[in-house]
Structures are given as C-alpha cells and as structure tokens.
Design a protein around this ligand. Structure first.
Ligand SMILES: NC(=O)c1ccc[n+]([C@@H]2O[C@H](COP(=O)([O-])OP(=O)(O)OC[C@H]3O[C@@H](n4cnc5c(N)ncnc54)[C@H](OP(=O)(O)O)[C@@H]3O)[C@@H](O)[C@H]2O)c1
Length: 339
C-alpha cells in the first residue's frame, strides 16, 4: 500500500524497574513494498502481556530475544491480511500471531502465525484472550502440568487476571475446590460471584498470607498455579499437601525488580511433601493448540466458562495501559483496540 504511513510504538530506552513514558518512542514510517513470500497485516487488536516486560530487558536468557533498541515493541496481535505475496494467505484472511505495537506488520506467514477460521462468528479479540495464548496457558498449564484430580484443592495467584480466572474455572469444571488470591475486595467478589471460585483471599488486606491460605485450604494445597512468584510462592510452599504440584506459570511480582530477587527460603518444603515444581511456556503445546481451542470454545458456548476483557482504545495509549498489569488496574485480559 504505497504512501501509507505506519504508526509504531518503539523501545526507546531499556527500563530500570517499572517502565516509564520515556522508555517508549513513537514514530511514523512509510510502509516498504512487500517481498516475495511476505504478507501485509493490518493490526486490529494488540495483546498486552506481562512477558513483554521481560523482552524490554537485555541479558537474562529467555524464550524470546530482547527487543532491540529503536525497534517496534513486540506483541501478539489479531490482524487482517491486506496484501499477500504468499500463496498460503489471501487478503481478507484474519490471523493471530506475533507482531508489533504498530498499525501494520509485515510477516512471512511462518513461525507464530495462526489463521482464524474463515467461518468465525466470535468477536476477534477473543483470539487474544480465552481462545488465544491466555486461555491456552490456563488450559495446558493446569491440566498438563498441574494434573488436578476431582476433589483436590487448587490455589491460584493473580486469580482475577486473564490466565488466573480461566485456570480457576477449568479447575472447577474438573471437580476441584478452587481458592483464588487477588488484590482488593472487588476482584475477590468477582472471583466468587462471576468465576465461581469457592474461596477468595485479598492479599492486599491481609498481613499474614500464609495464615489466610491455611484457613481457606484447611486440608492443604494439592495444586498451586503460580502467576506471581516471590513472597506469595513462599507462603504457598508452607501450605502444601503431600504429593502437591506447583505450576510455575509466571512471576509477575519480580518482573520489575531492580536487584536479583531472593529465591524462596523454603524450597525444601517440596522435599518434605514429595512435591513437584514445574515451569512451562505455552508454546511448548503449539501442536496441541487446536485441541485446547476446541475445548475452551465448547465451555464458552455452553456457558461454563466466563471471561473478561479489558479493552483500551488507541495505539498511543498502549504504554500507559501496559502499566495496569503491574499495578493491578486491569480487570481481565488487557487488549489495545487499534484506531
Ligand atoms: N508460562 C506461560 O507460557 C505464560 C503465558 C501467559 C502468561 N503467563 C504469566 O501468567 C501471569 C498472568 O498473566 P496475565 O496475562 O493473565 O495477566 P493478568 O493476570 O491479567 O494481569 C496481571 C495481574 O497480576 C497481578 N499482580 C501484578 N503485580 C503483582 C504483585 N507484585 N503481586 C501480586 N500480584 C500482582 C495483578 O492482579 P491483582 O490486582 O490481583 O494484584 C494484575 O492484574 C503472568 O505472570 C504472566 O507472565 C505465562
């Protein structure tokens, strides 16, 4: 599309601690002509994920390389193919894949790109939330790594968030007792009344989280689905039942740390309880995504799965909106709706 300007949010300066406005830059670039094999995508929705914070750093080994300085910020997007030099894609196709904080992205159509079914009738943003990597993280993390059994107690941190709220509901569907930890009375009310958790713990209003966990999980924890790490992981480690499984999904309490984060002082509780702690990245399950999407869609359609999206309009609002993930202001899967 000659003469079309592409608005981009770029990484201007690496953050130290919580990102600030001056870590991001804004520019407008002319779109280059497509090369053989490439597709031009018009981004419709951007997914703001905690993992992006790690990609802004340099150094520590991760499953994605750091975003280079002065390059466009990276995100999973839902996009429409507007031009194609690739026989596998035609204008009018919709995809979900790893692109950027920009109006248009150019892709080779390989790697992390998934076509959205042509007969899709669901709102497209759902492919970034419950039918995207968020829902799939909850599905495979809980069922494959956590292996919950009916009657067991599943504790979830950041439970009112995008991944956590889906984990709790899948645990309930599988006959488990579900206890969620979230920040604030309103999120805790939502956990019980909207997402059907058995119990909720407001970590912001308790001085003794371990005591609260023991009160709400009197027989101990069978599965701890950890999105937070740090002190919350330490508290949960002291409340394990024999044979417990800890699913290490994320450690958001540490993502903005400016000094090395001390490890839990009580990891030996794993030994005491013959317990297992296992991390995972959802992309490990890429070949099984169709299975996950099909099951999650069925639960959505039969009403057993509720979900919330927190949609912020406007590309230029992405840097501010991103911070909501770290101060708890997001109420559901955080998504930018492009202008
Ligand atoms: N392993 C994987 O493949 C994979 C894939 C996707 C996501 N993840 C991880 O899953 C976790 C949740 O991601 P999400 O996209 O669903 O985000 P989210 O839960 O929708 O949003 C993040 C939430 O984390 C909570 N939080 C932030 N800082 C905290 C702190 N210092 N202590 C306690 N809670 C804090 C806040 O909720 P409160 O208001 O309750 O504090 C915030 O709303 C993240 O750790 C992410 O990295 C992992």
């Amino acid at each position: 599309m000659p003469n079309t300007l592409n608005r981009q949010i770029i990484l201007k300066k690496r953050p130290r601690g919580l990102p600030r406005p001056d870590n991001f830059g804004y520019r407008e670039m002319a779109l280059p002509a497509l090369k053989d094999g490439q597709i031009l995508l018009r981004n419709l929705y951007l997914s703001l994920d905690p993992a992006i914070r790690g990609w802004m750093d340099e150094g520590e080994e991760s499953y994605q390389p750091p975003i280079p300085l002065d390059h466009v910020m990276r995100a999973v997007t839902v996009a429409e193919v507007v031009e194609s030099q690739n026989a596998a894609y035609a204008p009018g196709d919709f995809i979900m894949g790893l692109n950027g904080w920009e109006d248009y992205s150019i892709s080779t159509g390989t790697g992390f790109v998934n076509k959205i079914p042509a007969d899709n009738k669901l709102p497209l943003s759902i492919y970034l939330s419950v039918l995207g990597t968020t829902g799939l993280t909850a599905y495979f993390g809980l069922l494959d790594v956590g292996k919950p059994k009916s009657g067991e107690t599943v504790l979830i941190s950041a439970a009112a968030g995008a991944v956590g709220s889906v984990v709790g509901q899948i645990a309930r569907i599988n006959g488990c007792r579900t206890v969620g930890i979230a920040g604030g009375a309103e999120k805790c009310r939502q956990l019980v009344e909207l997402f059907g958790f058995d119990e909720a713990i407001d970590y912001k209003s308790t001085a003794d989280l371990e005591r609260e966990i023991n009160l709400k999980c009197p027989k101990g924890i069978d599965v701890y689905f950890d999105n937070v790490g740090g002190a919350m992981l330490e508290a949960a480690l002291n409340c394990l039942k024999d044979g417990a499984r800890i699913v290490m999904c994320g450690a958001i309490s540490t993502y903005n740390a400016t000094e090395p984060v001390p490890g839990p002082s009580n990891l030996w509780q794993l030994l005491v309880h013959n317990a297992r702690l296992e991390g995972f990245i959802v992309s490990k399950y890429a070949s099984r995504f169709p299975e996950g999407v099909s099951q999650l869609a069925q639960w959505l359609l039969d009403g057993s799965l509720q979900h919330r999206e927190h949609v912020v309009p406007g590309l230029k609002n992405a840097p501010d909106a991103f911070l909501k993930l770290f101060n708890g202001e997001n109420t559901g899967k955080l998504i930018i709706q492009m202008d």
